[in-house]
Design a protein around this ligand. Structure first.
Ligand code: BG6
Length: 291
């Protein structure tokens, strides 16, 4: 089926007042557009990648690079990439295969409260037989849940992350709260430290916090606070590439590091999940603007 036929089929099957389908911008990525009383949003079948979440009367909570490429098999820069079934650069491709494959839209429903939920599915055999569902609920919160099932006959050590890029006013004025006391791996200089409860940014930041706590992103420039809650996640990754790394990335503008920060609900490093044959694991992140 070509991209145009996929779009036609999606519209035939799922179209309703709060859900329509089209190509993302001028790409060929089939994308679901949601508009209900809570928010507007967009999620493409490529990577089951969430591209936009605009709560009613507010600015987009998600950040998307002006330099992002929207063409498979290149991953999208911004929004919410799903890292699965491993996290990080080893093995290639970095952050696993899920974000660079087309998923299937299995279900799209309106919940009694008027929010919209969409469920996407992907199965892989390499490096291990696994199935994953991602359900996203566009409501007063953006709720993203990723359920992995080990469909193989041996155990698998799962790494996963909901790698959210947040749209902020200015990184040097942004404060992250909630991670105090967490044992932390600094991946820029390979040192460990104990996290402060509130911290800002003054250099490249690539930290793995071993913490199950919720985090608040305090953004005085956009005059808002974003609450990032999570379930079944033992790790929070906080990332900003700063100046030199921004310049090295072809799909990231040199100055764009000012207006983004990644706060990722993850299970990675020593926190990967032991998944027995037949077992499943659900990772959830919930995002809301609280002030
Ligand atoms: C973060 C990692 O999760 O993702 C960083 O901690 C990495 O090390 C970043 O640079 C972006 O990764 P990628 O593969 O999307 O460029």
């Amino acid at each position: 089926m070509n991209a145009q036929e996929t779009l036609f089929e999606l519209n035939e099957k799922f179209n309703r007042p709060s859900l329509t389908f089209g190509f993302w911008q001028d790409s060929e990525l089939p994308t679901a557009y949601i508009a209900n009383k809570f928010c507007k949003g967009a999620v493409t079948l490529f990577g089951a990648h969430i591209l936009s979440y605009v709560p009613e009367g507010k600015e987009d909570v998600l950040w998307l690079s002006q330099k992002s490429i929207f063409a498979a098999p290149k991953g999208i820069r911004g929004g919410i990439p799903l890292c699965w079934p491993w996290f990080g650069p080893d093995p290639a491709p970095t952050h696993g295969v899920a974000r660079i494959q087309f998923w299937q839209l299995k279900d799209a429903v309106v919940l009694p409260d008027g929010s919209d939920s969409l469920t996407f599915e992907l199965s892989v055999n390499d490096p291990h037989p696994l199935k994953v569902n991602m359900t996203v609920n566009f409501g007063a919160k953006l709720t993203v849940s990723m359920t992995t099932v080990n469909t193989g006959s041996t155990a698998y050590k799962l790494g996963d992350a909901i790698h959210t890029y947040f749209n902020i006013g200015e990184i040097t004025q942004t404060t992250i709260r909630g991670l105090g006391g967490a044992f932390t791996e600094n991946r820029v200089n390979n040192t460990d430290f104990t996290a402060q409860d509130a911290f800002g940014f003054e250099a490249e930041t690539d930290n793995i916090y071993h913490s199950e706590a919720a985090v608040t992103i305090d953004d005085p420039v956009k005059k808002r606070k974003i609450l990032v809650e999570k379930e079944n996640s033992r790790t929070t990754v906080v990332w900003n590439p700063w100046i030199a790394k921004s310049q090295r990335m072809a799909d990231f503008g040199d100055e764009e590091y000012h207006t983004m920060v990644c706060v990722e609900a993850a299970n990675c490093s020593v926190d990967r999940i032991d998944l027995a044959p037949g077992a499943s694991h659900t990772l959830t992140q919930k995002i809301s603007v609280i002030a």
